[in-house]
Design a protein around this ligand. Structure first.
Ligand SMILES: [Zn+2]
Ligand SMILES: [Zn+2]
Length: 589
């Protein structure tokens, strides 16, 4: 009991995915609270109090924007002018890559949480997990979470563990918010819930799977016009893509976009090196920055346990949530940064442990458990039947792996040559698109007639109208890129049209950027810094006031995707010739 343990608390409901939502009536749905522990033998449990400094694990300033800004200014901002793909080169040798097709498919199925997949990675292993309890009830308020955590505090061994130690709890947004409310109430508000003084020893933190799932979803939603065009072209479809496809399909489309992009990346970047056209900059941001970022975030970056790469990627993910205005997730990573920088600044042992064992602080264990439970129960099961089944699953893990009883066959794998073919077809789609974009340079129409003078941008090749937030960071600042001048540095008089186009979308002469601005885009950094200050304050205020936020219904599991998981495609060997011909035409532009 002196090993490090990680706590997962999550909501389980017995809705089995159906093709149509109206087949499920509300009265059939039962909610449960799952409380699961993962132990990490050999890693010592973490103390609540750092005896050397007399400081405990909780930052008395709450979500502290000062500490975030101070740290990101020297560790993150100096690299933000690079796209994610360019930045990744610095870490590339230390990051894992899928070395064979099976590993590749496993990365694609990251949000399937399915224990039928062969487990190769240590963090996917369910070894040393223990179900503390599964009880009927929802997780929709501070009181609900307090009841759930009571299951931990009521176990004598866990209670005595917590008297000395902490339990880190990677969670989704509601969990983070309500547990932080409970802790805040315990510490500051006269303890109106009469909470256990051990509650602050539970340390909520951001769950990487939930970040990944949310990031995939928003990149898909905000760039629907692009992904729909890609889908129709690659699969030769006339019917448009569902507006809210299953996570697997979103992942696949991202994978195709990034895979196709990598085949033509160098040629396209060279062609548009000095180009300030809005549609060009939009597509380069989408393909070289945000799509590979969200695709890599969990399977490559988090699971590699590479701490600097993870902090960099999480900050980039936050910047994306912030720019897109994603509820909750535009604040949640800030709470994590604030805690982590506090642990480093005060030399709390937690800092070193998370830096060296990042992969343990995962929200995967409970998702895998739920997947197992889902496969072994039916929509018609009563709560008692479900709880009995849970006990069976937990007890049948004699050899520490979940019982593998499968009700459905696997239908989720493309052959290696099929995936490669689809990437090539995506590359041809992208080249055709970039030829059109090249011919349409300067033709983006900016419409400022709308309400509040928020400009709308009509992208000519994608034939869609977007808000500034869909465009790269630069268009969201008070100093968007200038249409009539190359250099965006205020006061620059030079008329040269040669310099560097940054990942944010701003362009500067080399001397303006590296000498006058010391290699940092201050317009974008000011925009992000303001976001850190405001959103930290808003999040901290709602926690302190126990203001129950109206949480978005988590409907990510509702299945509105009517398509097959695997749409069969016919391989066509002429793809190689088509691709190389298109590449020549593109280079000749
Ligand atoms: Zn300049
Ligand atoms: Zn910028």
């Amino acid at each position: 009991m002196n090993d490090l343990m990680v706590l997962n608390v999550d909501d389980y409901h017995n809705i089995h995915s159906k093709r149509r939502a109206d087949n499920t009536t509300i009265s059939e749905v039962h909610h449960f609270r799952t409380i699961l522990l993962k132990a990490a033998p050999g890693i010592p449990a973490l103390p609540f109090m750092n005896l050397h400094t007399g400081k405990d694990i909780i930052n008395p300033n709450g979500i502290d924007s000062d500490i975030i800004i101070e740290n990101v200014q020297h560790s993150i901002f100096p690299h933000l002018w690079l796209t994610y793909n360019e930045r990744k080169l610095a870490f590339a040798r230390e990051l894992p890559e899928a070395s064979n097709h099976d590993e590749h498919m496993e990365m694609l199925l990251i949000h399937c949480y399915d224990n039928r997949l062969i487990q190769r990675r240590a963090d996917r292993s369910m070894n040393n997990t223990k179900l503390v309890n599964l009880v009927e009830g929802s997780l929709r308020s501070t009181e609900d979470y307090i009841k759930a955590l009571k299951n931990v505090l009521d176990v004598p061994e866990l209670k005595s563990y917590l008297e000395q130690h902490i339990l880190a709890a990677p969670m989704d947004y509601p969990g983070q918010f309500y547990v932080r409310c409970a802790i805040s109430s315990c510490l500051n508000s006269g303890n109106r819930f009469e909470l256990s003084p051990l509650l602050p020893h539970i340390v909520p933190m951001i769950g990487p799977l939930h970040v990944s799932l949310n990031a995939h979803e928003i990149v898909f939603m905000f760039n629907y016009a692009f992904f729909n065009k890609l889908y129709c072209e690659v699969y030769m479809k006339k019917r448009p893509l569902p507006k809210k496809p299953k996570p697997y399909r979103i992942n696949l489309l991202l994978e195709l976009a990034v895979g196709g992009w990598n085949m033509i990346r160098v040629a396209v970047i060279n062609k548009f090196r000095e180009c300030k056209d809005i549609e060009v900059r939009y597509l380069l941001d989408l393909l070289d920055n945000i799509s590979p970022l969200v695709l890599d975030f969990y399977p490559v970056i988090f699971r590699s346990g590479h701490w600097p790469a993870y902090m960099d990627a999480l900050f980039r993910a936050w910047a994306l949530f912030f720019r897109y205005g994603r509820k909750h997730y535009n604040k949640l990573p800030l709470a994590f940064f604030s805690d982590v920088f506090y642990w480093f600044n005060t030399q709390h042992p937690m800092a070193q442990v998370i830096e060296q064992n990042l992969h343990l602080f995962n929200d995967y264990y409970v998702e895998n458990f739920h997947s197992s439970l889902h496969l072994q129960t039916h929509a018609s099961n009563s709560p008692d039947q479900i709880i009995r089944q849970v006990k069976n699953i937990d007890q049948s893990r004699g050899n520490n792996t979940f019982k593998e009883t499968f009700s459905e066959p696997h239908n989720i794998v493309y052959m290696e040559n099929e995936l490669e073919f689809m990437k090539k077809r995506t590359a041809t789609f992208l080249l055709k698109l970039f030829i059109e974009v090249h011919n349409n340079r300067g033709k983006t129409v900016i419409d400022t007639s709308g309400r509040y003078n928020q400009p709308k941008y009509k992208l000519p090749s994608l034939e869609t109208v977007v808000d500034a937030k869909v465009l790269p960071l630069a268009w969201n600042t008070n100093f968007p890129p200038k249409a009539d001048k190359y250099c965006d540095q205020e006061g620059c008089e030079s008329s040269h049209t040669f310099g560097c186009n940054l990942a944010c979308g701003h362009s500067y002469h080399y001397e303006c950027f590296f000498i006058d601005l010391s290699g940092q885009c201050h317009y974008c950094h000011n925009y992000l810094t303001e976001g850190i200050v405001n959103n930290s304050r808003i999040f901290q205020n709602s926690i302190s006031c126990l203001r129950e936020l109206v949480l978005e219904e988590d409907d990510t599991e509702v299945n509105v995707d009517e398509g097959d998981d695997n749409e069969r495609i016919t391989l066509d060997t002429s793809i190689n010739i088509t691709l190389s011909n298109l590449l020549s035409s593109f280079n000749d532009l």
